[in-house]
Design a protein. Structure first.
Length: 195
């Protein structure tokens, strides 16, 4: 499956948004609640090159956190293979955020698709864009590429972009390595000592 630049950007935004909600109260990364302030929301928007961040309002903070939870529910449905629930959740997000796809060009970027109006609230624009990336996976029959890390100590979401769709960990250098080292130590501990 080929992924376009717009879709990769939307999926990166989607995964980070979901993970900011999952990484609370000692979860993966051990971070405190993210997106707790308007500055956090604007910083998130800046990382993902969201247009017109000056329009951010304090109401975007609780709104984005609520929309993030619903986006995570759609992602969980994708991972579980429940395409009907994923589609229902994504369509509800599109309707509620007033998604109106349009081709735009701004900030020196070539033409690309925005899923919502530039005048929509920031939280709605971010959630609609994230949902669009996930929706494109579902439409392509590849919703199962969105996964949760297989490490028992991590609940991070990630998109498996590998050709054979065999990726199991959000990061093979950290989570994957920890699981493999733990398995090795467990096997070594089970070997009787030669004394």
């Amino acid at each position: 499956m080929a992924f376009g630049v717009d879709q990769l950007e939307a999926l990166a935004e989607c995964v980070e948004l979901i993970n900011l909600g999952r990484r609370t109260s000692g979860g993966a990364g051990g971070r405190d609640e993210q997106l707790a302030s308007l500055d956090d929301v604007v910083a998130f928007g800046r990382r993902h090159r969201v247009q017109d961040l000056g329009a951010a309002r304090s109401g975007d903070v609780p709104r984005l956190r609520e929309l993030r939870a619903r986006l995570d529910a759609a992602a969980v449905a994708c991972e579980a293979g429940d395409e009907v629930a994923a589609i229902r959740g994504l369509n509800a997000l599109f309707a509620e955020t007033g998604a109106v796809p349009q081709i735009v060009s701004h900030d020196g970027r070539p033409p690309h698709i925005h899923v919502s109006r530039a005048t929509a609230p920031l939280a709605d624009r971010i959630a609609a864009h994230s949902a669009m990336g996930l929706a494109e996976l579902v439409v392509a029959g590849a919703g199962s590429r969105l996964r949760t890390c297989a490490s028992p100590r991590c609940d991070a979401a990630f998109v498996d972009l590998s050709r054979n769709q065999s990726r199991r960990f959000c990061d093979s250098r950290t989570c994957g390595n920890r699981v493999h080292v733990a398995a090795y130590r467990s096997r070594q501990a089970a070997i009787p000592a030669n004394t």
